[in-house]
Write a protein that binds this ligand. Structure first.
Ligand SMILES: NC(=O)CC[C@H](N)C(=O)O
Length: 197
């Protein structure tokens, strides 16, 4: 029985909850998926998801609600954490274009550029190649950050758009530029959840 917490302070929380429930079903694993707002709810959690949204707001609210430090600690201790889009920004070590008060969990050795795709290509869908599946995955990119540098050998690419890395993994941590929760395809969530089984 796994318990997955989706950080539910801002962003596309319900989409991640639905995708995670569906992925657990497809894996044949019984589990609970919770809308995580308070540190007390971290008790017994086996994996955490940080959704897409607005990283400045998610950062501020995680600090305000007392989730920032405990989540950082759990990630450092090896708890599986996946961040999509704004969630990727939250997980990163270095961020170009951050606001001065914005804080990052620093669990992924990557440098990202916030809002790097610019206005013209603000949002788009494109086929993404995954390291763990032969079939392409529909990548939904919405004002996505761009992974501009891998800062250590510990971080491994797991998703590509053309020859550009758009998803990475570092042991227990996964960060993606795109939004797998906005498709009906649960392969990415399943891959992540296997880390918690
Ligand atoms: N869809 C998203 O999560 C967008 C992220 C947003 N550009 C940010 O900086 O937080």
């Amino acid at each position: 029985m796994v318990k997955v917490g989706v950080i539910g302070l801002q962003g596309d929380v319900s989409e991640h909850i639905d995708a995670t429930k569906k992925a657990l079903e497809n894996l044949g694993v019984s589990g609970e998926v919770i809308w995580l707002k308070k540190p007390e709810q971290l008790e017994g959690v086996s994996a955490i998801i940080i959704p897409g949204g607005e990283s400045t707001t998610i950062s501020r609210l995680m600090v305000k609600n007392g989730l920032f430090e405990p989540v950082k600690k759990l990630g450092e201790e090896g708890l599986p954490i996946m961040g999509t889009c704004a969630g990727l920004i939250m997980l990163s070590k270095e961020v170009i274009g951050a606001t001065p008060e914005q804080k990052f969990l620093g669990l992924l050795d990557v440098k990202v550029n916030r809002n790097a795709y610019g206005r013209q290509v603000d949002s788009f869908e494109a086929p993404v190649r995954l390291a763990f599946s032969d079939e392409p995955f529909t990548g939904v990119f919405i004002r996505a950050p761009r992974i501009v540098e891998l800062l250590s050998d510990r971080v491994k690419p797991i998703a590509w758009l053309g020859d550009r890395v758009v998803g990475v993994e570092q042991d227990n941590i996964i960060g993606l530029e795109f939004h797998p929760e906005l498709t009906d395809d649960t392969r990415v969530h399943e891959y992540f959840l296997r880390k918690a089984l």
